[in-house]
Design a protein around this ligand. Structure first.
Ligand code: S3P
Length: 171
């Protein structure tokens, strides 16, 4: 029975990992971890500053460190959208938790991220083009690592949480 095993949410920025993860953790009495926040604690800098001052590779190193230290039980974890680029760490994550892909299409992501200025890789004149370009690279990786896939295009956050909980209980 997998009921104490950690639940790890993957998916693109704006797919609702943090909001759903926080609510899910509260509902099932798990702790909640957001890897971006853990990276900020580890480095003492915001994600935006890390990218702008130290660069993407510095961010990836910190992300890998955080991924290697995630608890294998009792936690819901929201992984940053690019965590799936870290192949070795994703294998560790998969061994330690149920990996749930919150799949959202580019339109929903665009709507959720309208006005957002906190994602450096999407901070482009044409944000939608950047979403489509990165999603094309990342979607196969999300699919590859997922134990469970939930299509969130027509779900709000409470509905998404209910779906995750259902899948987790039957996993
Ligand atoms: C990133 C996604 C972000 C954050 C960083 C890089 C990406 O996390 O880790 O800005 O490249 O997709 P969210 O998925 O929480 O936005």
């Amino acid at each position: 029975m997998a009921y104490k095993r950690s639940i790890v949410l993957i998916g693109f920025s704006g797919s609702g990992k943090t909001r759903a993860g926080y609510l899910l953790a509260k509902n099932i009495g798990f702790c909640f971890l957001d890897t971006d926040l853990e990276i900020e604690k580890l480095t003492g800098a915001s994600v935006s500053d890390i990218f702008h001052v130290h660069g993407e590779e510095f961010f990836r190193q910190a992300e890998r460190k955080v991924m290697n230290g995630l608890p294998a039980s009792g936690c819901v974890v929201a992984l940053g959208g690019s965590a799936v680029l870290n192949a070795a760490e994703m294998e560790t994550v998969k061994r330690n938790g149920l990996v749930v892909y919150l799949a959202a299409g580019a339109e929903k992501i665009r709507a959720n991220l309208s006005g957002d200025t906190t994602r450096p890789l999407l901070d482009k004149p044409d944000k939608y083009e950047a979403v489509i370009r990165l999603l094309a690279i990342r979607a196969p990786l999300y699919e590859q690592y997922a134990d469970v896939r939930i299509d969130t295009d027509h779900l709000d956050i409470p509905e998404t949480v209910r779906e995750i909980e259902k899948k987790w209980r039957s996993a």
